[in-house]
Design a protein around this ligand. Structure first.
Ligand code: SAH
Length: 233
């Protein structure tokens, strides 16, 4: 196409590599810090060394992309801190459902989506804020992650059209475990989500025991609430 960019234009190698505070060295240091904090899952760490987190954040904040902190992405939302992204991915992989289809609720900027894309054959991600959904969709496309689909939808009731899933991960906290999400899981699948009303919530893993759904809590995390309804551009 002559004149003007297409949305499908890929990022250049230089953009992906980054420089200075967004360089490979900075990504490696982030992974080292995660290891110092007790993270041992080398496969996930290696993926986080590769995924250019700085391209998921507005340029003005890109130099802070590899700090272990949540950062604003607009519309009152934040990109999850690297430690949380690593832990949630690691927990899903330890449940066993690698390779299948995964549903993510709350795309945000799409960083967790891109990390999941390395381990699952299809990632369906739903986001209730249209401007975020559009941006994340373009980003993932520009990174060549064609097996990621970002849908503008309220994920409160999951995304039944893509069910059953090997795993469901939510990046926003409902007050309790939504039953209809369990109905969209394969029998061997698992649901990982923050649960609770307050400033911090319990990271909760739900799996089928053969007789019933069993849930385990895995520590306190801080996520935004899962809200119903859509927010157009
Ligand atoms: N892992 C993401 C986290 C984004 S914050 C990242 O690193 O960018 C959580 C996101 O969940 C927000 O963008 C918010 O709009 C979205 N969200 C909250 N409730 C939702 C719902 N019911 N359906 C879909 N998305 C929802």
């Amino acid at each position: 196409m002559v004149g003007g960019a297409r949305v499908s234009d890929s990022y250049t190698d230089l953009e992906i590599q980054g420089a200075g505070m967004t360089s490979q060295r900075t990504r490696d240091r982030m992974a080292e810090r995660l290891q110092e904090q007790g993270i041992r899952h080398m496969q996930v760490l290696n993926v986080m060394r590769r995924v250019p987190r700085h391209l998921f954040i507005e340029e003005a904040l890109a130099h802070r992309a590899y700090e272990d902190t949540a950062l604003p992405i607009g519309f009152g939302q934040t990109i999850s801190q690297p430690w949380v992204v690593e832990r949630m991915t690691e927990i899903l992989l330890e449940c066993g459902p690698v390779g299948g289809r995964v549903l993510e609720i709350g795309t945000g900027c799409g960083y967790q989506t891109a990390v999941l894309a390395e381990f699952f054959s299809q990632v369906i991600s739903v986001e209730r804020i249209q401007a975020l959904q559009k941006k994340a969709s373009v980003r993932l496309q520009r990174l060549g992650l064609e097996h990621c689909e970002v849908i503008f939808a309220d994920g409160m009731s999951g995304w039944p059209a893509g069910a059953p899933y090997s795993a469901i991960l939510a990046a926003a906290a409902p007050w309790g475990i939504p039953e209809f999400l369990l109905e969209q899981l394969e029998p061997t699948g698992c649901l990982l989500l923050p649960v609770g009303k307050g400033e911090s919530q319990e990271l909760t893993l739900v799996q089928w025991s053969g007789q019933r759904w069993e849930s385990r809590t895995l520590g306190q995390v801080k996520f935004v609430p899962m809200l119903g309804g859509l927010k157009g551009a």
